[in-house]
Design a protein around this ligand. Structure first.
Ligand SMILES: [Mg+2]
Length: 257
């Protein structure tokens, strides 16, 4: 119903992701953003991406991480920062994360990388009362599915004041460092945190990461954020719903039950 094309699942060989048309999927199109009344009543598992999904990209939190990834690449490969920025972007586009590119092409140890890039100033994040209220109103299980690591995810959620809603975090370490949008990451997610995909919903700011979830039968919601729309593979996915404000979308759905 929602997926046009599946995303490639090959991950072991360093094969680049496919090129995509340089266009935003829904640019200029009108969308009905809220599900019809009762259509999410069957949802029992709520799966959330972390970065730029649970908080707004306007916090610039991820920009700090991106800067530190660039610094790490420059140091690790002993190259200038401008060249490191190109490598960082290339790996992110081709392998899902810069970390994955460094591991596959340079056999880098991921632990030091994850600790370094997530050592940032968290003060731009403030308690998010509307999101906290919405999560409180949601019946069912809530799980984080992130390409970052668990210590960082816990810190972000504590800053937002929503950590008590999430007993389960599936992170990049648990995924054996295979990131979204590669299918094995989703397969292992389901294995480690068994749930019924056809009674689950997935929220994510990077559209291409919704593709495998949709193919598994999950309802998908694209949380729009600046700067993530031009990734290769984004135009392979048609999310079921989209919103620029996760908390308000959840409240609206709950009000409409
Ligand atoms: Mg994200």
């Amino acid at each position: 119903m929602s997926l046009i094309k599946s995303f490639p699942s090959q991950i072991l060989a360093p094969r680049p992701l496919p090129d995509s048309a340089e266009q935003r999927i829904y640019r200029g199109m009108q969308r009905t953003d809220l599900p019809p009344k009762g259509s999410l009543d069957h949802i029992e598992t709520w799966v959330f991406d972390l970065d730029n999904t649970l908080y707004s990209a306007t916090s610039r939190l991820f920009d700090q991480i991106s800067d530190r990834i660039g610094a790490y690449v420059a140091r690790h490969l002993d190259i200038p920062r401008d060249e490191a920025a190109r490598v960082q972007k290339k790996y992110f586009h081709n392998y899902g994360t810069t970390l994955r590119g460094l591991m596959l092409e340079h056999e880098m140890d991921p632990a030091e990388f994850l600790a370094y890039v997530h050592d940032i100033d968290f003060s731009p994040l403030q308690p998010h009362d509307r999101l906290n209220d919405a999560l409180h109103r949601l019946d069912g299980r809530k799980i984080i599915f992130t390409n970052a690591d668990t210590p960082y995810a816990k810190r972000v959620m504590a800053q937002l004041g929503i950590d008590h809603h999430f007993e389960e975090i599936y992170d990049i370490v648990a995924a054996n460092y295979v990131p979204k949008p590669y299918q094995p990451a989703y397969d292992l997610f389901l294995e480690r945190h068994p749930f019924a995909p056809d009674r689950a919903i997935f929220f994510e700011d990077i559209a291409r990461n919704l593709g495998p979830a949709s193919e598994m039968g999950m309802v998908t919601v694209w949380v729009q954020n600046a700067g993530t729309w031009d990734l290769p593979g984004n135009d392979t996915v048609t999310p079921d719903y989209e919103t620029s404000d996760l908390a308000e979308w959840l409240h609206a759905v709950l009000d409409n039950r």
